[in-house]
Design a protein around this ligand. Structure first.
Ligand SMILES: Nc1ncnc2c1ncn2[C@@H]1O[C@H](COP(=O)(O)OP(=O)(O)OP(=O)(O)O)[C@@H](O)[C@H]1O
Ligand SMILES: [Mg+2]
Length: 113
């Protein structure tokens, strides 16, 4: 089992959420986050002055899946639905998950995903 942790542009969330649900991945966790990558934020002009915005708003989408094939499908969905081609499109981390339990039933392992 793997967890896909995708940090994306907030405005891309609705379309990615729809694509995930349509592709059979209804379970997800969404968190509003702030961060920066290699460019370390942006510089903005306001009333003739420069302001450094160090941490930009992003959305973190977490999806846990059973197989590596699911991971590949979701990476494709993210590429197809969350990319603009500009810097700051985001990043995806794939993390090993040791176990899952569905709280209602107590079942564990891949069938609980
Ligand atoms: N190495 C990292 N560790 C943790 N979070 C990261 C890392 N790199 C990026 N992020 C998160 O992803 C968000 C988007 O990163 P971003 O798309 O700017 O990455 P990048 O590597 O700078 O790529 P690009 O050159 O396309 O901008 C950041 O705001 C931050 O929240
Ligand atoms: Mg960047």
């Amino acid at each position: 089992m793997k967890k896909i942790e995708a940090i994306i542009r907030p405005e891309k969330l609705p379309v990615l959420k729809a694509a995930l649900e349509d592709s059979g991945y209804p379970g997800m966790t969404i968190t509003e986050v702030r961060g920066h990558g290699v460019q370390k934020g942006v510089t903005q002009q306001w009333r003739g002055r420069e302001f450094i915005v160090e941490f930009l708003p992003k959305v973190k989408v977490e999806v846990v899946v059973s197989t590596d094939e699911d991971v590949n499908r979701i990476l494709e969905l993210i590429k197809a639905n969350a990319a603009t081609g500009e810097i700051g499109d985001g990043k995806v981390f794939v993390i090993d998950v040791a176990d899952v339990m569905r709280v209602r039933t107590g079942e564990t392992g891949p069938s609980a995903v």
